[in-house]
Design a protein around this ligand. Structure first.
Ligand code: NAD
Length: 337
């Protein structure tokens, strides 16, 4: 059993903790939180050992009636792997603590690539993380792009990717984010940072990205143009993407015309928190103009990186090869719409 600790229990951390608990070959050693809020109470109800992420705040947990198993250092010392799910920038500050206990650590996409030996996407470069001490699971958008670039490169060769990312202003709980009534080129400078981030997975890829932020919390939507190296039909591309376990090609006739209905679909299907771990590619948008592929896809920012974190744990501990790990993660979480 791989003992996994989760440091930072917010949007990503609570999902990683649940996903780890669902794995037959992993055990959740505990979670570390900064404050005894509603998420802390839920974690305790779920039976997750609770650690104080900031030792001086440990008494606040006791005052709130939450028993702690210790402080974060003890969790790090006890775990075989720690998954850092703290806000952007805090992970890099925690790196020394993880190294001082020789505990391999996974960081999230909000950190700079330099935080880890390798950036990670299970479909694209699982083997690069095998045996590594520090791995960064790339951001939600980079994960979404990588899951398309990997099969397209292998099957047809990719000459150039151009992507426009229509990004949600904030997650549903982030009530201080926005815009609430605007459409922002964001960042205004071109290309956006997303292209270079995809190159942490595909170093030789030609990719330019542009970003916008809109008043939505549900999902991101990407408008993609990929110049392929081969002449193929849209039907071929569709078949290729339908064969990818973490890509859902939305069938025509389902009436899934936007992120709102996709989220409803996931909730109706009984998915935890309405999570959508797969890229959602609109089947009828898959089009070829010469060697130029066009398509739209929606990315659920809160959850697409969760199966990737589970696979990163197996890669770092050399517990399975890529195909085995991806299959096990998909089966236990229920990935595949
Ligand atoms: P979040 O704010 O929802 O959760 C972070 C949690 O860490 C909060 O509970 C916060 O209280 C806690 N925290 C703060 N300082 C801490 C510390 N020193 N020690 C332990 N915990 C601490 O953030 P999130 O959305 O879960 O993002 C976490 C990481 O995942 C970031 O790098 C982010 O860029 C990345 N990410 C986020 C999303 C998304 O859409 N939410 C998607 C992909 C990747």
């Amino acid at each position: 059993m791989i003992r996994v600790g989760v440091n930072g229990y917010g949007t990503i951390g609570k999902r990683v903790a649940d996903a780890v608990s669902a794995q037959p070959d992993m055990e959740l050693a505990g979670v570390a939180k900064t404050q005894p809020n509603f998420e802390a109470h839920t974690a305790v109800d779920l039976g997750y050992p609770m650690y104080a992420a900031i030792p001086e705040r440990a008494p606040l947990f006791a005052e709130a009636g939450i028993e702690t198993a210790g402080v974060v250092d003890e969790l790090v010392a006890d775990a075989d792997v720690i998954v850092d799910c703290t806000p952007s920038g805090v992970g890099a500050e925690n790196r020394t603590m993880y190294a001082s206990y020789d505990t391999p650590a996974i960081f999230q996409g909000g950190e700079d690539a330099a935080v880890a030996e390798t950036s990670f996407n299970a479909r694209a470069n699982y083997d690069d993380a095998r045996g590594a001490d520090a791995v960064r699971v790339v951001s939600c958008n980079t994960t979404g792009l990588s899951r398309l670039v990997a099969p397209l490169s292998e099957a047809y060769g990719v000459e150039k990717v151009r992507a426009t990312l229509v990004r949600r202003g904030g997650d549903p709980t982030q009530n201080s984010r926005g815009p609430i009534n605007d459409i922002l080129p964001n960042p205004i400078s071109i290309p956006s940072h997303h292209g270079p981030d995809v190159r942490t997975i595909f170093p030789d890829l030609a990719i330019d990205t542009m970003g916008l932020k809109v008043p939505a919390t549900l999902m991101h939507v990407h408008a993609l143009n990929v110049t392929l190296e081969s002449d193929v039909t849209a039907a071929h591309v569709r078949q290729l993407l339908e064969g990818e376990s973490r890509v859902y090609v939305i069938p025509e006739g389902f009436g899934l015309d936007g992120a709102g209905k996709l989220k409803d679909f996931a909730l109706d299907a009984g998915r935890p928190r309405g999570d959508i771990w797969e890229n959602c590619v609109w089947g009828e948008s898959i089009s070829m103009e010469g060697r130029d592929l066009y398509l739209f896809q929606a990315i659920h920012q809160e959850s697409d990186v969760i199966p990737e974190n589970v696979d990163a744990i197996r890669a770092m501990t050399d517990a399975a090869d890529a195909a085995e790990s991806i299959e096990r993660t998909n089966r236990t979480l229920g990935v595949g719409l």
